[in-house]
Design a protein around this ligand. Structure first.
Ligand code: NAD
Length: 354
């Protein structure tokens, strides 16, 4: 057997987890020495931002409720201006990956600390990865300064997350863990978190779909999302995330549904070259056929099944393949153009081969 060999660097994250933990926001802010926080949200989650502002009282500098998917550069500039105008000494990002991404963009440009309160399973709050979109191109990078100083996971805030979004957001999280298990910088600690994250989410998502307001199911799902997000923050992602980035960035496919559709196809391609990852996923999903199980659970929970449903066409595949090959990325096995074409054609039509 091969001797283990790894480097593990823990990220300095403070996590407060539990139903009702939003109420601890003022305490968290004080603990970080913050006195004037700008609260960030999407337009749709404005009332939640108002709740956070009320909790903060005098420590609230204002509300900026214009966060949008993929952090458009003009919105980030406007939010940064709002932070300056209100004299904010930090931000509270309350919402999904889009809102947390906006907090990170402000942190990147200004160094202002961010407290995150995630309300989806996307996992951005656990990563030093930022993104900014300008002129139709999404730029991403890693920078320690964008890591939230404190993260409040309150499952009560996820009770309102619609079932379809919950399911695809959950699969987005599972995808982080799958790729962390075969990452070039995988490590035993992260692999434990990945396996447990997948187990939690796979168990919780059917329960969430059956009873979206069940706090136990929501708590289990958020627990899994936290672990999977930590995996994303700690490792280098491979082919799956590369393809999703291209499909979202160039073809405007929706982020979480794209992850959900594509994951079983990439797993079927990669797992034969990653036996330890496959063993961990078999345990987590209690199955001998990981790709089939991922596809089946997603389909049973009503998720989209093909990239065509999300708007991709046969004609687009050449560009996806060209972009995937234009810059190198990590992967447990090489993915030449013909292999990518087979994988993407199957995912386009929703036909998982064995
Ligand atoms: P999102 O943040 O866009 O949220 C989707 C919609 O659901 C929004 O309209 C939001 O207001 C609403 N919503 C969120 N939580 C809700 C709740 N509890 N109840 C009701 N409505 C709610 O979607 P997302 O999937 O969380 O994030 C996707 C974005 O995050 C993408 O841009 C993606 O690239 C980015 N992302 C970044 C990282 C990273 O590490 N940087 C990781 C994952 C995702």
């Amino acid at each position: 057997t091969q001797q283990p060999r790894f480097t593990y660097e823990a990220l300095p994250m403070r996590v407060v987890f539990g139903a009702g933990s939003l109420a601890q926001l003022p305490q968290e802010a004080r603990g970080l020495g913050l006195r004037r926080l700008l609260v960030l949200s999407t337009h749709g989650q404005r009332s939640l931002a108002e709740n956070a502002a009320t909790l903060l009282g005098d420590a609230c500098a204002g509300i900026f409720a214009e966060a949008r998917m993929h952090v458009p550069a003009d919105i980030a500039a406007k939010a940064l201006q709002a932070a300056r105008d209100t004299g904010a000494d930090g931000c509270v990002a309350i919402g999904g990956g889009s809102t947390i991404g906006l907090g990170k963009a402000i942190a990147l440009k200004s160094g202002l600390p961010v407290v995150s309160v995630p309300t989806t399973y996307a996992g951005s709050e656990m990563t030093p990865i930022w993104g900014l979109t300008e002129g139709g191109r999404k730029q991403t990078g890693r920078d320690r300064s964008v890591l939230p100083r404190s993260v409040l996971y309150d499952p009560e805030l996820t009770l309102s997350l619609p079932v379809d979004v919950s399911v695809t957001s959950g699969f987005n999280a599972i995808a982080h863990a799958v790729e962390a298990l075969y990452a070039p910088d995988a490590s035993p600690v992260i692999s434990l978190m990945a396996e447990e994250g997948v187990r939690s989410l796979a168990a919780a998502l059917p329960a969430v779909a059956a009873a979206p307001r069940d706090l136990d199911a929501r708590t289990e799902a958020l627990h899994g999302a936290w672990l999977c997000g930590s995996c994303l923050g700690a490792t280098t992602m491979s082919l799956h995330h590369k393809l999703c980035h291209i499909l979202g960035g160039t073809f405007d496919l929706p982020h979480a549904p794209t992850h959900t559709v594509l994951l079983p196809y990439v797993a079927a391609f990669n797992l034969p070259a990653a036996p330890d990852a496959e063993r961990a996923l078999r345990r987590a999903l209690a199955t001998d056929d990981v790709p089939e199980q991922l596809a089946r659970v997603a389909a049973e929970l009503g998720a989209p099944r093909s990239l065509a449903e999300l708007g991709l066409t046969e004609h687009d595949l050449a560009e996806v393949i060209a972009q995937a090959q234009s810059r190198p990325y990590a992967n447990p096995r090489p993915a030449p153009a013909d292999a990518l074409r087979t994988l993407l054609t199957d995912a386009l039509h929703g036909t998982l081969a064995h």
